[in-house]
Each structure stands twice: as structure tokens, then as C-alpha cells.
Ligand binder design. Structure first.
Ligand SMILES: [Zn+2]
Length: 269
């Protein structure tokens, strides 16, 4: 069998969020994911999503979900959809998150290798504030998401540790002052580079990422029960093992290109 790449591309995330919020879709971006459009109709009817929560764990490959399915149970059980999604080349963090949040391929948004310039192309963090929506990014210092989306009319909560990021994300969610909250956890990526994607340390961090997503969804159910919510577990690229028991990514291979995304929607009570 030929190598199988997922049909749905990472670039569809941007339009899917805009469509769920009933905001205009710019002509140049990739169309929305049709399964998310169908889920929105089923769960929200003709009401717009008025809260969006995007959890971005780094480097969670589709093959990890295939091989360690039970480890993902908390994420699967609190979501409506588990979808294979195709990343973009090269499969490195700033390139992929730029495509997720701009809705366009790297040759259009301009980040085509591992560099972290401030994006000059419009992103969800431009489209939402232009419509009066409030956005927050909660992320760790120096990481791609903390750098490439700077200089927008949004709030940045940048910390040294994943623990501080996650604590703040839960507090912001409870305070309910933002329409979109993006949360980045890069700890699986960092661990798998050193210990390999299937090292015991790496799998423990992966389970922690899954558990934190489930905790975020619980907080959505508790604190955002009066809102129509779109939420997702949306990694950027996958990973593969290399010599010396280490891990890597960046190549045009299914291990790096295919990721697992989970999505859910909640109708206001
Ligand atoms: Zn990454």
C-alpha cells in the first residue's frame, strides 16, 4: 500500500473557527473542514459559537493514536470527533502553526523553515479582533506560538513553564473574558526529541497532555455552560524515531505529516 496521507489539511482549522462563529470567510483561505460544519449544524443549529478553545499540544502524531489508542481515551470521550489531519511541509512547529491560524499554505504565509518571525499574513488573531472578539494566547516563552502571532490586538500570557501556562488557561477559562483562548503545550515535543516518541518519559508527557485537554473540556462544561462552544485538541505535526533512541520531525513522511485532532461542540444550556 502506498503511503497514506490524511485527506483533511491543517489549513482548514482557520475557516472552521470563523464559520462556527458566523464570521466572514476570507476568499484566500482554505475552506472549512466539512465534518466540523456538519457537527456545528448538529450541535448548535443556526446559533454561532461564541466561545472557542484551541488546545495545541506539540507533535502528537496520528500513529501515536493508532498505536496507543487507550492512552487517548480521556480526549476521545470528551470530544465529538477524532480526525486524521494532514500537516504541511516542512513539518516544523512555526510553519505548521502559521498554516493552522492563517488558513493558508507556507508558500503564502511565508514561514517556510524553522524560523519564528512575526507573521505578516492575517490570522485568526486578526480576523477575530476585527469583529470585536477578544483573544488570548497562553504559551511558553520563546516558543513559536509565543512569537509568530505577536503584534496583534490580543492578550498574551507567556510563562516559563507548562505548569504556569495550564494554571493560567484554567483561570482565564473560569473568568470568561475571552471569545477565543489558544493554549500551547510543547512538552511532549521536547521530551520526545530526547527520549524518542515512544520512550517512557515521552508517553507519560503525552498522557499528561491528553489529561489536560480533558480537564479543559470539563472546565468548559462547568464555566461556559451558558455559551455555544467550539473546542479542539489540535497538534501541529507528528514525529518519528531516529538513531540513538531520539525523536525528530520535519520530513515529508506519514509519521510526521499525519496528526490526530479531536473536536467537540457544546450548545448553551
Ligand atoms: Zn511542533
Amino acid at each position: 500500500m502506498e503511503e497514506l496521507y490524511a485527506e483533511l489539511c491543517l489549513t482548514s482549522v482557520c475557516a472552521s473557527v470563523l464559520q462556527a462563529m458566523h464570521l466572514p470567510l476570507p476568499a484566500q483561505i482554505a475552506p472549512p473542514n466539512p465534518l466540523l460544519a456538519a457537527l456545528r449544524e448538529k450541535k448548535l443549529g443556526d446559533r454561532p459559537a461564541d466561545r472557542v478553545l484551541l488546545y495545541n499540544p506539540d507533535a502528537v502524531a496520528l500513529w501515536l493514536y493508532q498505536k496507543y489508542t487507550a492512552a487517548f481515551a480521556p480526549a476521545a470521550l470528551c470530544s465529538d470527533l477524532a480526525l486524521p489531519v494532514r500537516s504541511v511541509m516542512p513539518t516544523v512547529t512555526p510553519v505548521c502553526f502559521a498554516s493552522m491560524y492563517t488558513g493558508v499554505l507556507p508558500e503564502i504565509h511565508g514561514i517556510r523553515k524553522y524560523t519564528k518571525p512575526v507573521l505578516q499574513t492575517k490570522t485568526l488573531f486578526d480576523y477575530l479582533p476585527a469583529q470585536g472578539k477578544r483573544c488570548a494566547i497562553v504559551s511558553t516563552e520563546g516558543d513559536s506560538i509565543s512569537r509568530i502571532f505577536l503584534e496583534r490586538n490580543i492578550d498574551y500570557y507567556i510563562y516559563d513553564s507548562v505548569e504556569e501556562v495550564n494554571e493560567t488557561a484554567l483561570a482565564l477559562l473560569a473568568a470568561d473574558n475571552y471569545d477565543l483562548i489558544t493554549i500551547y503545550n510543547g512538552d511532549y515535543d521536547g521530551t520526545m526529541h530526547r527520549h524518542g516518541p515512544e520512550g517512557a518519559e515521552s508517553l507519560a508527557v503525552l498522557e499528561h497532555n491528553v489529561a489536560f485537554y480533558a480537564q479543559l473540556v470539563s472546565a468548559v462544561q462547568r464555566h461556559w455552560r451558558g455559551h455555544n462552544v467550539f473546542y479542539g485538541f489540535c497538534p501541529d505535526h507528528g514525529c518519528h524515531e531516529i538513531d540513538g533512541g531520539c525523536g525528530s520531525h520535519g520530513l515529508d513522511m506519514t509519521e510526521d505529516m499525519n496528526v490526530i485532532h479531536f473536536y467537540g461542540m457544546q450548545a448553551a444550556e
